[in-house]
Write a protein that binds this ligand. Structure first.
Ligand code: SF4
Length: 352
């Protein structure tokens, strides 16, 4: 059965923190907060829409356990009705690493919470400090241990391209996240929004956001790292919203960001396999049926790059037996073209 989230966004109105990337303070008034009735309505609507889903009620917003306690309990009480009657599998929520003490985790257990996600953002102390997160890398590690000790599924969220970060520091964060053994990860490339500290730093020339192409290269590497460690990346890139596109100050957002990264990852896997093979000019690449267009790339970017830079011409074919994002190469060998390819390869600039 497919997993589905019945998502409710719970803003932290009056949040005492001032993270560099957060535009909450620039919003006039307060953002609407869902009430218990909204939870009932959202669940009933999802259940009535049909479809075979294994649902979790998801309280997103990033600070769920730091909001007013009575209000938090009222939402959990509403959601727990559906956990108890078996209509949904459980409740997932996202919160801050410094708001996940044993006392509140025990309370979450009582209401049928199944998954707790922490907004780690970075595990590099300097980056956390520069972006005014108000917690340390040690807080993330300690909270992760507590969440697992309470039996919850652990999710960790990281951001790439923050102020003061570098691709090496983002890779370091991923390595540290892997050491914490989360069940799931979300990766959000930083988008510089109007009304934020990052926006001011960008306008003054102090902060240089990461270009989209750089971000794709980096996140393809992160995908590979998490995949090798059997950690599922359940989100890569921000959800589209009109406000996001309207208020971003630097254009490095792509609505199909994950697809760009997966496409890059498949190209790298192809090149790694090809390195170990006898030279060939033509081949058939077998990929999982869900990955045919990813391997080909947007506007045929991968197949064009292979023919231009490596003198390799590929046909792509679906094969259920190939794991998603993997590739299986079947080369077409003939004595003449092997010689020809050796010559061409010498002249062609290889892709790295
Ligand atoms: S991102 Fe930071 S400033 Fe914004 S609501 Fe969350 S904790 Fe508060």
């Amino acid at each position: 059965m497919k997993h589905g989230n019945i998502a409710l966004f719970v803003p932290h109105n009056g949040c005492p923190h001032c993270c560099s990337f957060c535009s909450q303070r620039s919003i006039t008034g307060v953002q609407a907060q869902p009430c218990a009735q909204d939870v009932h309505e959202a669940v009933k609507k999802a259940l009535a829409s049909g479809g075979e889903y294994d649902y979790e009620i998801a309280f997103f917003g990033g600070s769920f356990t730091a909001i007013d306690r009575d209000y938090m309990v009222s939402l959990l009480e509403a959601a727990s009705v559906y956990v108890k009657n078996g209509s949904v599998r459980g409740i997932r929520l996202s919160t801050r690493p410094d708001a996940a003490e044993d006392e509140v985790l025990s309370l979450l257990e009582k209401y049928g919470v199944t998954s707790v996600e922490l907004g780690a953002q970075s595990l590099c102390g300097e980056v956390l400090k520069a972006n005014l997160r108000g917690h340390t890398a040690q807080d993330v590690a300690a909270a992760s241990e507590r969440i697992k000790a309470h039996g919850f599924s652990l999710g960790l969220q990281m951001m790439t391209g923050l102020y003061g970060s570098t691709p090496e520091r983002d890779i370091y964060t991923a390595e540290k996240i892997i050491e914490l053994h989360p069940d799931t990860v979300r990766i959000y490339p930083t988008v510089t929004m109007r009304g934020t500290l990052l926006g001011e730093l960008f306008m003054s020339g102090e902060y240089k956001p990461m270009e989209l192409s750089e971000s794709v290269e980096l996140c393809a590497s992160l995908l590979e790292m998490f995949s090798r460690n059997n950690i599922e990346v359940i989100r890569l890139g921000l959800h589209y919203s009109d406000a996001l596109v309207r208020d971003m100050l630097f254009d490095n957002y792509h609505p199909a960001f994950r697809e760009l990264c997966e496409s890059r990852l498949m190209l790298r896997r192809f090149l790694a396999q090809r390195e170990k093979m006898q030279p060939f000019e033509r081949c058939t690449v077998y990929v999982h049926p869900s990955c045919v267009s990813k391997f080909i790339g947007q506007r045929r970017s991968n197949v064009n790059e292979l023919s231009r830079s490596c003198a390799v011409f590929v046909k792509t074919a679906p094969d259920e037996s190939v794991a998603p994002l993997d590739v299986r190469i079947e080369p077409e060998y003939s004595p003449e073209n092997t010689q020809k390819v050796r010559k061409k390869r010498k002249n062609a600039a290889e892709i790295t």
